[in-house]
Design a protein around this ligand. Structure first.
Ligand code: OSB
Ligand code: MG
Length: 362
């Protein structure tokens, strides 16, 4: 069997800036395999540089080629694959790419849409928007447009030293919107005063203010501020989620199946969140229509209770590699009804936008 990969390069409509950098295109690997008339897809959420986490496109491809691809031989269930892959330390995004490919394969083999295959789905996902760092006047325009479009939560990326110029004008102009801020680990406990000063904005939560591997300092911070804390980067496994609640580091978890090693571990995190009467939502990694369809399916689960970063495809791309992009109505997106992730991939456009193609025999 052939595990095919495309390294796709898709320009963004406009650049996206976080505390760790600016991206103006999505560069990442899309995987596909065909067996007995079933074609499955997935996307690895790594990007070119290891700025969000230590993984990047090349490390993921290395680990997949050398260690993980042989483990999908015989098309095991996602859980069986995760058990096989357990000996490999870390590299969750690489693991997730294959784990989710197997979810898509098996859902399609059973003829079931992904959102019903993985659990109890509401049939729609509540949608929030993630707005990159920009000048205040541009942010006001972007938030205005988001509110008009019906987004159910607005998240602003912040950066140390720019937090008030970003949040202040938006909160003044939109006193009632559900607002959050994502620091992508730009602060330390030395910044306690400025972090405490954000309490005035009545944020629904602040996402990952401190170090990407930390939970201890987040627990200390959580005692010092009234804004709830949402962890993203720090939660790389169900065990980390359990420990985060045990030490009191979080009120909310941003679930990114890529960061956690796939849907199996993500479902486990949802259970842990519920046990702790906390909250969760599904984040995004600027995915193409393939990764986005996985996210939307997961975000529609009953126990995912906060709006996610699962914007419709056209927030990022003029033209996506899928022919059936999502549309949002009343701040909600319905997951695809077709089998598996239900996307129709525009293979011609995928090939045209790919800078590399190959296959691994498994
Ligand atoms: O921290 O949630 C994040 C994008 C790239 C890397 C990290 C993050 C993000 C986003 C955008 O916030 C989410 C999206 O719309 O895909
Ligand atoms: Mg984040």
């Amino acid at each position: 069997m052939r595990l095919e990969f495309y390294k796709v390069r898709l320009p963004f409509k406009s650049p996206f800036t976080t505390s760790f950098g600016t991206e103006d295109e999505r560069v990442g690997y899309v995987f596909t395999l065909e067996n007995e008339g079933i074609r499955a897809f997935s996307e690895c959420v790594t990007s070119e540089a290891p700025l969000y986490s230590y993984e990047d496109n090349d490390t993921a491809m290395h680990v997949i080629r050398k260690f993980l691809a042989p483990m999908i031989s015989g098309l095991p269930t996602p859980d069986e694959f995760t058990a096989r892959a357990q000996a490999i330390k870390g590299h969750n995004m690489a693991k997730a790419a294959l784990e989710m490919l197997l979810w898509d394969y098996h859902a399609k083999a059973e003829g079931r849409p992904m959102h019903q295959y993985i659990g109890e789905s509401k049939g729609y996902a509540d949608v929030g928007i993630s707005i990159g760092i920009d000048r205040p006047e541009n942010l006001l325009k972007a938030v205005e447009a988001a509110v008009q479009r019906g987004y159910r939560r607005v998240k602003l990326k912040i950066k140390r030293g720019m937090e008030h110029q970003i949040l202040g004008p938006v909160r003044d102009r939109f006193p009632d919107i559900v607002l959050s801020a994502d620091a992508n680990n730009d602060y330390t406990l030395k910044d306690l005063d400025v972090l405490r000063s954000l309490d005035r904005y009545n944020l629904v939560y602040i996402e990952q203010p401190l170090d990407h591997e930390d939970i201890i300092d987040h627990a200390k911070l959580r005692k010092e501020i009234s804004t709830p804390i949402c962890l993203d980067e720090s939660i790389t496994s169900p065990d980390k989620a359990r420990k985060a609640f045990e030490v009191g580091a979080a009120d909310v978890i941003n679930i990114k199946p890529g960061r956690l090693g796939g849907f199996g571990p993500s479902l486990e995190v949802v259970r842990i969140v519920r046990e702790n009467r906390a909250h969760c939502w599904v984040g995004g990694m600027l995915e193409t229509g393939i990764g986005r369809a996985f996210n939307v399916a997961f975000a529609s689960l009953r126990d995912v209770d906060y709006p996610g970063d699962t914007s419709p495809n056209d927030k990022y791309f003029e033209r996506d590699i899928v022919l059936n992009p999502f549309s949002m109505e009343d701040g909600r997106i319905r997951p695809n009804a077709g089998p598996g992730i239900g996307v129709t991939v525009d293979m011609q456009y995928l090939r045209r936008m790919s800078v590399d193609y190959g296959y691994i025999t498994v």
